[in-house]
Design a binder for this molecule. Structure first.
Ligand code: GLC
Ligand code: CA
Length: 563
């Protein structure tokens, strides 16, 4: 057993996408010094940790998720000295640092891969998956797996006449974790950063690291093939326990895994404390309530979202640990997705979403800009997207792409990852205060209205509501440890639940719709002394009684037993 304090059970984590956060030197790209200049802002929010998307050396085919040197910082973000300064300044403010750990694959420019592709018998060959092709002359890929980003998961390499595996772009070759040398390399990398003072890791696509022996063909599907042979593969739990024993558990860390394809059953194994694998996982189920398989838009139904919330809240209770998130750098902004057409009620809707999510059990995550209610970018042209996924999708359509362009654009406008990657909106000055130079990416024109400066000044802003909510949650045993029980589960407008612990009950009432909705408190929750602790309209509902909720109204009551 390790000696973890499990500080993450009571801590908000703030995710920074460094490229888009704050630029200190006017080259248009966010950087470490920029982050340092905003630490007071982050500390003031009340969060206890920061997760940094990758800042390692990278040729940026996937914005840093393709690493060419695991022990150095990308020059566009700064130097190792800047990084040391960052850790120092963070720890001074009681902020912990979670680094992104991208070790399912490396960049094709990593020296291991460069050496690996040189010949069939070098020591690095077995760091990756090299196979002979099928068919006459071996010109067909070794199996039918597809890349998560479109097309075959294999690329042919002239030099040795063999193919290599990449579950993402061809610039991101997959590491072979069955090779003990690879696992040792990863341990050393983790220990290197732990020694520098890092407090934890967010493990990128960690559920894919163990591939089925002999890499068999996947079930047939037009676009997505092979999943069943590399999601939670045969040795995944063994490899994670080994990494935990030799590295993660050396300090009081938090390890969160990106859980592509994680279901409740698997999450229970990954996050059960006795197993010592991960501390929490990001499952994707609630992120698919409005996109089929995360791709095709479908009608959002609140009852589906609530069912998923309940299943995970109850399923992990006292057996595992949840993570709570609505946004990150891989999804569009949450507002429209879950609250529909909010019109002039953006502020109310954003506050309501925060209440609905963050009063649940688990480690809460906030993605940069979420705390001021940043929105999707109003894309008008397909050429404005920057993400490699968009480029790959266009390629998949081949010569027919121009024909399908209007429909592709329609989907991308609501689904593209670029929506969450536009620069952070700090104030109403040029470029939203993000940079004094030319920003690397488009800035949402609504920055004159939606920015941190406005929100800091306005008492009723989303930002100030977040601060209140974060403060309320801190050290709150009912929210950290309490049982979750949902009411009104078949109601399409309301999310109503209680959390109970040690005789105290917290009741959460959220109206997900831009309309008035009537609400009758459940008999079990009336007849108690109540205290309204959070409210997004004003504290004018001191008594819990049948009421007509206003659009996006959210209420949190503490209920004590009648004496
Ligand atoms: C994860 C990252 C995503 C990246 C992918 C490949 O899903 O969050 O941004 O593109 O892994 O590394
Ligand atoms: Ca810069």
């Amino acid at each position: 057993m390790n000696n973890k304090t499990r500080w993450y059970k009571d801590s908000f984590v703030y995710q920074i996408y460094p490229r888009s956060f704050c630029d200190s030197n006017g080259d248009g790209i966010g950087d470490i010094q920029g982050i340092i200049s905003k630490l007071d802002y982050i500390q003031d929010l009340g969060v206890k940790a920061i997760w940094l998307s990758p800042i390692y050396k990278s040729p940026n085919h996937d914005n840093g998720y393709d690493i060419s040197d695991y022990r150095d910082i990308s020059p566009e973000f700064g130097s190792l000295d800047d990084f040391k300064k960052l850790i120092f300044e963070m720890h001074k403010r009681d902020l912990k640092l979670i680094m992104d750990l991208v070790v399912n694959h490396t960049s094709f420019e990593h020296e291991w891969f460069i050496k690996s592709r040189e010949s069939t018998d070098n020591v690095f060959r077995d760091y990756y998956f090299w196979r002979k092709g099928r068919g006459k002359n071996g010109k067909k890929p070794p199996n039918n797996w597809t890349s998560r980003f479109g097309g075959s998961a294999w690329t042919y390499d002239e030099k040795t006449g063999e193919w290599y595996l990449h579950l993402f772009t061809k610039e991101q070759p997959d590491l072979n974790w069955d090779n003990p040398k690879v696992r040792k390399e990863v341990e050393d990398i983790v220990n290197f950063w732990l020694d520098l003072g890092v407090d934890g890791f967010r493990c990128d696509v960690i559920t894919y690291i163990s591939k089925a022996k002999d890499l068999p063909n996947g079930k047939w599907h037009p676009f997505v093939r092979g999943d069943e042979h590399f999601t939670h593969g045969p040795n995944i739990h063994t490899y994670l326990r080994e990494l935990s024993k030799n590295s993660f558990s050396k300090k009081d860390t938090m390890i969160v895994g990106e859980g592509a394809g994680v279901n409740l059953e698997q999450a229970l194994i990954y996050t059960n404390e006795d197993n010592e694998e991960l501390d929490n996982v990001f499952h994707f189920e609630h992120m698919e309530t409005d996109f089929y398989k995360q791709v095709l838009p479908r009608k959002f139904k609140l009852t589906n979202l609530k069912k998923i919330f309940s299943r995970w809240q109850l399923g992990l209770f006292q057996k595992g640990w949840n993570s709570l998130y609505f946004e990150n750098h891989d999804f569009p902004r949450s507002l429209k997705r879950f609250t529909g057409d909010y019109k002039d009620k953006r502020v109310e809707a954003a506050k309501m979403l925060a209440v609905s999510l963050y009063m649940q059990q688990g480690t809460p995550y906030i993605y940069q800009g979420q705390e001021i209610g940043m929105t999707n970018y109003p894309f008008e042209s397909i050429d404005d997207f920057q993400d490699v996924v968009v480029k790959n999708v266009r390629k998949v359509f081949g010569v027919f792409e121009p024909l399908f362009r209007p429909i592709i654009l329609k989907v991308l406008k609501v689904r593209a990852r670029d929506n969450a990657r536009t620069p952070m909106q700090w104030d109403d000055s040029e470029n939203a205060g993000f940079t004094k130079g030319t920003p690397w990416f488009l800035i949402n024109p609504n920055y004159t209205k939606i920015n941190t400066k406005n929100d800091l000044l306005n008492h009723d802003s989303i930002l100030n509501f977040y601060k209140k909510l974060i403060k309320y949650r801190l050290n709150n045993e009912v929210i950290i440890k309490g049982y979750y029980q949902e009411y009104n589960s078949s109601n399409e407008d309301l999310h109503v639940y209680i959390r109970t612990y040690n005789g105290i009950t917290i009741l959460v009432v959220c109206n997900y719709k831009n309309k008035e909705v009537s609400f009758n408190p459940h008999p079990e929750t009336v007849n108690k002394n109540c205290n309204l602790v959070l409210h997004n309209y004003g504290y004018d509902r001191p008594v819990l009684e049948p009421m007509t909720l206003r659009p996006y109204e959210a209420l949190v009551y503490e209920l004590n037993k009648t004496k």
